[in-house]
Design a protein around this ligand. Structure first.
Ligand code: AMP
Ligand code: ZN
Length: 500
């Protein structure tokens, strides 16, 4: 690790030096998808941001236990305490078992994550797999006097909790204002609660509610916030290092998690809270409920009204990494096209770098200026990542590194002018950051190079025979497939065509 990593903690509202509770072990929990429909590009942004965190921690030498859950019960339509379960509703509509719905969208979610080259988490627990633990937590909260039962439902007593704690400290909401606000709104079922601000820990199931379990309070189902408290506690401990999610989850979901964890264990459950900003489209947050969601497959096939063409998974990944995770990001054809160009440029640079070898040359002295520049670019890439995972700065650094690599490729800078150690560091940094830390990889199908080799042979024969009609035809066909043929002095080479 070159410099210390600082991350912005939503709780303290400051960038803090990352010091794990028990280094080198790091516990990270990220709220996973609610599996009642396809994930959209907004969801992908958040999961990719935490994939970068995971990858960078691994790169920095930490041993990370990364838990990302699957929400397959308890998340009600409208994100409130009353109403239908999102998965239950969909199951009824399609006449399926709720678990068929959950399984279908979990499988789809995994496919999308794989396409985007997001690493699988260490543990992926589901809410329905932890009903017993959720019931236990409700019991603990009842015993502590911070929850109360009414008509087979159990609610968290926010006002009582707030006497010794600060409810609202994460989201910056002030309890009195929250209560005043809630008082003026119609909240379904709030008449049952003592206070409108109280939230459900366990809900009694109405006869038509199909997702239901036995409990000490009758047949019901867990409240949405409970699962994350239970699963993070079970797999990462009472207090763990990092908890993440999109910023829309700060309130009420994460605020309630803090309250539940603190109330049950007497200690703050999380050391660093991290929140991603939203992916927007035409300036509006992308969301399932907003009705403006673009799905990954629509992007990969170009089958969406707003898209001029298809964009590949790695183009999407590059597009997302070009913006810092705490800034908003707007999806547009212009931005995606620019991302495609940038991504291909990086892949071409990687190919060039892989072909370079270090040659010791007698009499060649170290070029102090060039060596200093390379050092400073490498340091800048780390500095960017260490400054709250600024992938935008890291990518800019990689492009600067590419310039140097190209100078070597074109013979303007000799490897020996950098010395072996620095030359290797330059090539390694480009490779490791691009593929391992940023998770960007080439998208060519297997056997691609072999096929292309045959085409280039044909091309060479046509060129030698001065059959320019054929030469142009091969060039045009390759271009259509995104490949630019390069006529070099002594050979014929290829690169990804950056002009799409
Ligand atoms: P959900 O499946 O709706 O619970 O969302 C899964 C994750 O995606 C959560 O962390 C959300 O905060 C996040 N998310 C939802 N919409 C967006 C968006 N437009 N941009 C970024 N993240 C989002
Ligand atoms: Zn959660």
């Amino acid at each position: 690790m070159q410099q210390e990593l600082k991350i912005y903690n939503t709780l303290s509202r400051e960038k803090e030096v990352f010091t794990p509770i028990s280094a080198p072990y790091v516990g990270m929990y990220v709220c996973g998808p609610t599996v009642y429909s396809d994930v959209h590009l907004g969801n992908c942004r958040t999961f990719t941001a935490f994939d970068i965190m995971y990858r960078y921690l691994l790169h920095s030498g930490y041993k990370v236990r990364y838990v990302r859950n699957i929400t397959d019960v308890g998340h009600l339509v409208g994100d409130a305490d009353e109403g239908e379960d999102k998965i239950g509703k969909k199951a009824k509509l399609e006449n399926l078992e709720p678990m068929e719905i959950a399984q279908r969208y979990t499988t789809d979610f995994h496919r999308v994550m794989e396409k985007l080259n997001n690493l699988p988490p260490s543990i992926e627990p589901s809410a329905t797999g932890h009903i017993l633990e959720q019931i236990e937590l409700v019991q603990t909260l009842l015993e502590k006097g911070l929850a109360y039962e009414i008509n087979g439902s159990v609610y968290f007593d926010v006002r009582k909790y707030n006497e010794g704690n600060d409810y609202g400290k994460l989201s910056g909401r002030v309890l009195d204002e929250l209560m005043a606000g809630a008082g003026t709104r119609e909240l379904d079922g709030q008449e049952e609660k003592r206070d409108s601000i109280d939230f459900a820990l366990w809900k009694k199931a109405s006869p038509e509610h199909i997702m239901r379990w036995d409990s000490p309070w009758g047949v019901g189902f867990p409240g949405w916030h409970l699962e994350c408290s239970v699963m993070s506690n079970k797999y990462l401990g009472k207090t763990f290092d990092i908890h993440g999610g999109g910023m829309d989850l700060k309130f009420p979901h994460h605020e309630c998690e803090i309250a539940q964890g603190t109330a049950a264990n007497g200690q703050d459950p999380v050391k660093y809270w991290m929140h991603t900003n939203m992916l927007t489209i035409n300036g509006q947050r992308m969301g399932k409920s907003v009705g403006n969601a673009v799905l990954p497959n629509e992007l990969f096939t170009g089958s969406h009204d707003l898209l001029d063409q298809a964009y590949s998974p790695m183009t999407l990944r590059f597009f997302m990494l070009q913006t810092h995770y705490r800034s908003t990001m707007d999806l547009s054809n212009e931005a995606l096209k620019a991302a495609s160009k940038g991504y291909l440029k990086l892949m071409n640079g990687l190919r060039t770098a892989q072909k370079l070898t270090y040659v010791e040359e007698e009499g060649v002295e170290i070029n102090e200026k060039a060596a200093k520049q390379v050092e400073s670019i490498v340091n800048g890439i780390y500095r960017g990542m260490n400054d709250d995972l600024n992938t935008a700065v890291a990518i800019a650094g990689l492009f600067n590194l590419l310039k140097k690599i190209n100078s070597v490729h074109l013979g303007q800078l000799k490897p020996a002018e950098l010395g072996k150690e620095l030359f290797d560091k330059m090539i390694n940094t480009l490779q490791v950051f691009t593929t391992e830390v940023l998770g960007l990889k080439e998208e060519k199908p297997s056997g691609f190079e072999k096929m292309l080799g045959l085409v280039l042979k044909e091309y060479k024969v046509a060129k030698e025979a001065k059959d320019y009609g054929k030469v142009d035809e091969i060039r045009a066909n390759c271009k259509e497939l995104g490949i630019a043929i390069k006529d070099m002095k002594d050979k014929i080479d290829w690169a990804y065509d950056e002009q799409i």
